[in-house]
Ligand binder design. Sequence first.
Ligand code: COA
Length: 376
Amino acid sequence: MDTIRTDDLGALRAGLEGVVVAETTLSDVDGERGRLTIGGYPVEELAPNATFEQTAFLLWNGRLPRHLEETDLREGLAARRTLDPLVASLVHEAAKTGGPVIDSVRMAVATLRTTTDDLQDAGAVVAAIPTVVAAHHRISHGSEPVPPREDLGHTANYSYMLRGVEPTEAEVQALQTYLNTVVDHGLNASTFVARAIASTGSDLVSCLAGAVGALKGPLHGGAPGPALDMVIEIGSLDRAESHLRNLLARGERLMGFGHRVYRVRDPRADVLAAAAERLYASGVDRSLYDLATGVEAIALRLLEEHKPGRSLRTNVEFYTALLLHGLGLPSSLFTPTFAVARSVGWAAHVLEQRRQNRVVRPQSRYVGERDLVWPR
Ligand code: COA
């Protein structure tokens, strides 16, 4: 404590920017050097190589699983995929009213039964979210939900429930790389919410229900859709430069570029770019991909002209959009798919918060009136 001066304690830090409130072994975001470490591994090392179950085990236990431990986790998640009939009917009703998929995720997570075992609860939430997302998506498009399959891994089963056909190896690899890449990212808003709720001693299900609510906000989970819309609106490469110049001249931001923390290229963009390149090379229609990479090159040149030296680079959202689009996911599923991945990171933070707990209780500075007299 002796390194913190009392005047620092009273300083106003809007958005808690720069305030360190936890020590973590889960992930490290180095914005100056453009490095992301997850559970000790550089993201480019972990994301294309780990199964999603291995990543979950790593974050929940602090080490990679042995073979049998990975099998146990995989089977444990697979056994919990089927929704309770009451939850299934709730999702059904929500999907029919045409609300966003993430609302079903929020409602469904909140209905899950809690136990006194955090790892059990984490498994229940993580197993349920893909089923909820897929069911809502299919019902809202007039199809029947596809029941989960216990013989498929977490990633393959999610894709299977969305589309009703078993994904190819290349598709599983691409989706798994995405899920691993975004599984955890420092103390972002939803993760902080999960930890703040955990700090009160509440159960893990409540922590994750709160985190889903934070993720719904467009300032947190919502940019890949607009990034893809921008490319689709441009339509052909010969229109790209004038379209982008017009946006910048109107003071608009180019979606999928720039980052609050990264001052160099977002390392997740590289991992997802490589995964997208592999996916599109496997035979997926690459017309939009080719257009997007052409648009990216022009956007980077124009952004350097627009803000010289600011180094506005491609961020994770741009390649998320391309990768998920290549996998056949519409933009309405981008944020819910982010939740499929991030639920593992949220649970890991709750487990970590339990080990170093202090109730989260920041202060506010009162700027209202005082000593008013009650009107008589
Ligand atoms: N397009 C055009 N201009 C941009 C820009 C973009 N994508 N990103 C930043 N800038 C401009 C800002 O307007 C600012 O200009 P100013 O100095 O005239 O006010 C300047 O570059 C520096 O901005 P910076 O401080 O680096 O950005 P930020 O921290 O305020 O915002 C984002 C970070 C991510 C919100 C911002 O880059 C953005 O809106 N990007 C587009 C949306 C997006 O892709 N979001 C997903 C992020 S993962």
